[in-house]
Design a protein around this ligand. Sequence first.
Ligand code: CAA
Length: 258
Amino acid sequence: MSEYETILTERTGRVGVVTLNRPKALNALNSQLMREVVAAVEAFDADDEIGAILITGSEKAFAAGADIKEMQPKTFAQVYGEDLFSQWDRLSSVRTPIVAAVAGYALGGGCELAMLCDFIIAADTAKFGQPEIKLGVIPGIGGSQRLTRAVGKAKAMDLCLTGRNMDAEEAERAGLVARVVPAADLQAVALEAATAIASMSLPIAMMAKEAVNRSFETTLAEGVKFERRVFHSTFATADQKEGMAAFVEKRAPKFVNG
Ligand code: CAA
């Protein structure tokens, strides 16, 4: 029996798949689901046999937000005291690349969870939004910050202030989403992308992820310097030797993750 009740986990080759599984609540993110997603993703991150993680939901909903029914009775003292939603921050410390495959609703915390992943592949049915304002609250899992960095102030303000949804096409145009695919192809395309990542050298993929993420935390000059030093450090790995030798010898590389 699975150790989880609100998610499904499986391994497909070197890809660890986490599927949100509260269909009756459109995968609303309650505290149990938060604990389980964080635990499952951290377990995959700690596993040397896993080179990429895929987080997905159902055809109808990636996740329709934080669980409103669970939040409704809480007081300020409770949400402040438990530092509600702070556990989600642990996903930003995960070093293995994480792909989000989003179909249907990705609203509020659902949009925020997708943005905690490294990039989003969306079905043409996907709908993104930060509708918290309609409930008398604001985003609480980083939406006001990550959405603004992803799509810029104009659209982030529009979404956070009006609470409207944007469809997959608009989300791709705005830079929130890496690719949009027909809904029927979503799982296959996302798994193919995650499998491609997992076929690379894991430490090098981690360095690439770290370098891109550094751009959100630092100046351009410091970021470029960081990138240059990490680039130099790749020459200390067996996988740089193998990757370049394989190119020169016109064969596929065999990375050893070292
Ligand atoms: N929390 C708890 N339950 C939810 C939920 C949520 N976020 N979203 C949907 N559900 C439940 C519904 O209550 C309903 O349950 P019942 O059958 O027991 O009534 C079930 O899921 C199916 O939902 P609907 O009947 O509403 O389905 P629909 O297809 O008519 O509408 C929807 C879909 C437009 C997504 C609608 O469900 C909706 O608006 N959901 C809430 C979206 C939202 O406001 N999200 C933000 C939450 S706040 C947040 O996330 C804070 C943060 O930043 C961390």
